[in-house]
Ligand binder design. Sequence first.
Ligand SMILES: Nc1ncnc2c1ncn2[C@@H]1O[C@H](COP(=O)(O)OP(=O)(O)OP(=O)(O)O)[C@@H](O)[C@H]1O
Ligand SMILES: [Mg+2]
Length: 459
Amino acid sequence: MSNSLRIRLLWWLLVPLALYVFVTGKTEYDNARRTADLVQDNQLVASARMIAGEVEWRDGFLNVDVPPAALEIFASPYRDQVFYSVRADDGRLLAGTPDLPARPLLAPDVPDSYDTQLHGQRVRAVDLVRLMYDNGATRPVRVTVGKTVRSRDAMTQQLWRPQLVRQLEMIALAVALVCIGLTFELRPLMKVKDEVADRDPMQLEPIRVERLHTELRPIVDAINQCIARLGVQVAAQRRFIADAAHQLRTPLTLLGTQLQFARQQEGLNPALDEALAAMHRSNRSMVGLTNKLLLLAQAEAADNSQLAMEGVDLVPLAMEVVEDLALLAQAREIDLGAELHGAAPVLGHRGLLQALIANLAENAIRYTGSGGHVTVALSATTDTVTVSVIDDGPGIPAESRSRVFEPFFRASNDTEGTGLGLAIVREIADAHHGEITLKAGEGGKGVDIAVTFPRATPK
Ligand SMILES: Nc1ncnc2c1ncn2[C@@H]1O[C@H](COP(=O)(O)OP(=O)(O)OP(=O)(O)O)[C@@H](O)[C@H]1O
Ligand SMILES: [Mg+2]
């Protein structure tokens, strides 16, 4: 059987209803047929009595004149044929057709109705016996009147058909109502499906569907419990990464200091100095990685609303970032400019928002060759605040643009880096309901990346 709920329910409904209609239909047909038989039998008996009343002795012989009225009572629009016969007890035919079948004699004056066949037609007939007295002896005379069954069948149909039609209409109505009702009643289930299907993989809030059926509630509750368990698991993993990064930072910093101290020792073998320098570089990138991991964990926690938000103006933050990176830009002979006018208030976490701008600006400076230009700009409308960083460097190939926000994805390995910068940017943007747009800069050159936040309204 099909797995569709609609079809299964229809089966549950249709099979018993069809059986019910079949059984009641048969009973109703039998009842209708009995009623039609009764009506026809009454006519037949009346006719037979009329004919029997005309049997008389004439000149010592039994004789009968069939009155026209005895046959006229059968007049009907169905053009039924009427047959009759009057026979004496010795089998002599007094009147009528000889073809009506002979049957055993019955008690006098008790009509007997039966179905029979005559000339290939179905016939309903009645036998009636009348006793004729002849000099103290009795002679039974049998009158048989038969009529084809067209009008009887028509009457049966007229009595039975409307009931059948009504029952079939009821079934059709039930089917239509089940289909319409199911379509309406399945809507909450479809809503639950949409709620689950449209979810971001990391969206771990419980499913909320209004006006949920009692039957669906346990399913949604079970899914919500599963989501809650997943949330606990994810939070534990994030905490573990944050804790691990935090724990690693102190020994790595210590190691860096010690390596620096070791390299300052006099009379150092050049090969050993080279090895120490390489160790120092590795140490630096490990410190960079743990710092970014920690930042990413913080940003993810903020995305789950675990950080307190405050009103922050992005202008001084961006200014600070530009000042911090000025030296790096100078070293790489890059013209670092800022377009920071007016106020750009957003609701958020100061440290994370600064990290967002810093990561974008750092990327622009890092990936733009010497002689390039990098601009950090802020713009605001009545509803939004947009921070954008534009450079005229090599740009990001269109096919990599959707992937640069994945953790550890790097478009090229020519320079050092962890591949976490833009993943952090995305987490911070999400935590602040920000929208990121990434496109090529002016004239298809470089990168134009912008994050638009909802503007904070002053209290
Ligand atoms: N302004 C840019 N110009 C050209 N390529 C860029 C620019 N910004 C990012 N990319 C490309 O996107 C990749 C991902 O950037 P992301 O900041 O996430 O990582 P990263 O800079 O490689 O490492 P990290 O920032 O963690 O030290 C980079 O490796 C680089 O290839
Ligand atoms: Mg980066």
